[in-house]
Design a protein. Sequence first.
Length: 114
Amino acid sequence: QVQLVESGGGLSQPGGSLRLSCAASGINFRMYAVSWYRQAPGKQRELVASITSGGSTSYADSVKARFTISRDNAKNTVVLQMNSLKTEDTAVYYCSAIWTQRYWGQGTQVTVSS
């Protein structure tokens, strides 16, 4: 059974930091590219950051220099470190793994508010 479980969401003030984790099970994790998406109320889901199986990373322009994606294949985990948070970062964040198939986690809420 494949599972992607996100954790680490919550409430932050603007300028604060949060660290999201995505723990995978049931897949050959090291073969998968993993991405973080987010969906704010009334908006479409958007790609935030990705990391390939080889460790190459890419980011949406809106989060460059603020967010960092990394992976630990030994722990089957991908982390999204979010710094300098803005109110517009408020959304449900999802991790997604893709190789021969795409899998999604259930999402974790991130709220940035003063």
